[in-house]
Write a protein of this length. Structure first.
Length: 264
């Protein structure tokens, strides 16, 4: 079914990609636009936000680029304000921002803990706080948070900050879902499994001898024999953002090829 987001307004935090390849943020932004949404592409790297905007414009879609740090309430509020000034409202809030730091509770210093929590968790709270009043006034809205299956299981390497922040996002998602359901607002989360995206390369360089080894070993952990891609996350997000999911609320949707079904 084409045009599943026809005339919707979406704001995507983390709409860029750290390379010119496809990551979860730019793939989802482009897919939203292909399905009819106008997209505010927000990223802390302004050029990256512009690249995603340009991809959408090149396909005949509607988009703007906004540089903003999700961990700053002033920056988040400004991004939301600029989106409403441009398009009049916000129908979809998509939170894709996240960083990964390797280390357990002893190896992780306090500054790293605070930085990861500010970006991975506090940022989602700030965007929801800014957008929910707009959605409540409209009596309509869909929030899609990108969490991880690392929120509820061990994934090959220790990353205490990532695990803890993603687990908190799940509960944040469900608390918002219940509180705002009667106001026409849905809040769901996508839980990607092992994905082959640019984000995973840098953090894991310290663990594996090469990128090829990393890919091979992570592929082997997946029941399908292959990691997922950014487009797998994008299509799941599209479903949750669309009216096809109008009675889906508070869901934590694994997109992992069955990995979360494995006992080990």
């Amino acid at each position: 079914m084409p045009n599943r987001l026809n005339d919707r307004i979406a704001i995507v935090f983390g709409a860029g990609c750290i390379s010119d390849d496809w990551g979860n943020g730019n793939a989802t932004s482009v897919l939203y636009a292909r399905e009819g949404a106008a997209v505010a592409c927000v990223d802390r790297n302004g050029r990256s936000a512009e690249r995603t905007r340009d991809l959408i414009l090149a396909e005949g879609g509607r988009a703007i680029a906004i540089e903003a740090d999700i961990s700053s309430s002033a920056a988040v509020n400004d991004a939301v304000r600029r989106t409403v000034e441009t398009y009049g409202r916000i129908d979809i809030l998509h939170n894709n921002v996240g960083i990964l730091e390797i280390g357990g509770p002893v190896e992780t210093d306090e500054a790293t803990w605070d930085r990861v929590m500010d970006i991975n968790l506090k940022g989602f709270y700030l965007t929801c706080r800014a957008v929910l009043p707009i959605m409540a006034a409209q009596a309509y809205g869909a929030i899609v948070n990108i969490s991880s299956i690392a929120s509820n299981r061990w994934l090959a390497a220790s990353s205490i900050t990532y695990y803890a922040s993603k687990a908190a996002i799940n509960q944040l998602t469900q608390a918002i879902a219940v509180q705002y359901a009667a106001q026409g607002i849905r809040c769901n989360a996508v839980l990607p499994g092992l994905m082959n995206t640019p984000m995973v390369v840098e953090p894991y360089k310290a663990i594996y001898d090469s990128v090829d080894e990393m890919i091979a070993r992570r592929d082997a952990l997946c029941p399908t024999g292959k990691m997922g891609t950014a487009w797998d996350v994008a299509h799941a997000s599209l479903f949750l953002a669309s009216d096809e999911a109008k009675y889906v609320n508070g869901a934590l949707l694994p997109v992992d090829g069955g990995l979360s079904c494995k006992s080990a």
